[in-house]
Ligand binder design. Sequence first.
Ligand code: ZN
Length: 292
Amino acid sequence: MRFIILALVCLWSVPALAEPLKVVASITILADMVRQVGGDDVQVTSLVGPNGDAHVFEPGPGDVAKLAGAKLLVMNGLDMEGWMTRLVQSSGYKGQVLVASRDITPLVVTRDDAHMKDPHAWQDLMKGRAYVLTIELGLIEADPAHAANYRARAAAYDKVLSDLNKWVKEQVAQVPKAKRQVITNHDAFGYFGDAYGVKFLAPRGLDSEAEPKAGELGDLIKQIRSGGIKALFLENMTETKTAEMLSREAGAVIGGTLYVDALSEPSGPAPTYEAMFRHNVPLLRDAMMQNQ
Ligand SMILES: [Zn+2]
């Protein structure tokens, strides 16, 4: 009898002890980073889902529900989530807000005389490592009881990203310097371009929403033709008609779909931050080889 009571007490108390920290991330890339560092100690959901476009996201009642009971909200910052302030206010969320990009130096892009911070810092793995460190510190602050677990997982994951960074450089190094040019739909690869020495051209600016202007499209077509650029890509979260038009008008070849601002579904080709690079980089390398 005593044994049965003991067993019942254990069964009753274990779930309470093992209750994971509830974390909400704005985008799937950040949710994956939280999962890598948090492991079983966290339960993560993303507001913008797989293949979702954070630039045009409109939070609904389901997003308010995701924030209920959450202890930590992880966002990118750098004006990526213009909708977040309103969502936090309307949900009454009182937990901690962690800006993953807080310790990086942002790229500033000038377009039409306006200076804007480029939010896509995760496309440089060294900046991604800084995000992971910030997330590690945020998890430790929100849940100090599991600090040792967070530190151990973050250290192991940092090694993975450091090795991945070397691998990306090796892949790009296979392409002759003069051929390292790529066309994408929106300006999401500024950090990648700076870190790995690739020039990216895009008909749209930092924000995927803004329609390309006719004059700018004409200039881009000329640039693609005169530069002999063949490497053209679709994005997993935006429309495809601009790329199809550029392919028709400028003779560039669609080299596949890049995972840009969002990961794929778990069963897709880029379900993690690491897998996103493993998918994108060989596609970029092979397409750049076709440039003249
Ligand atoms: Zn973007």
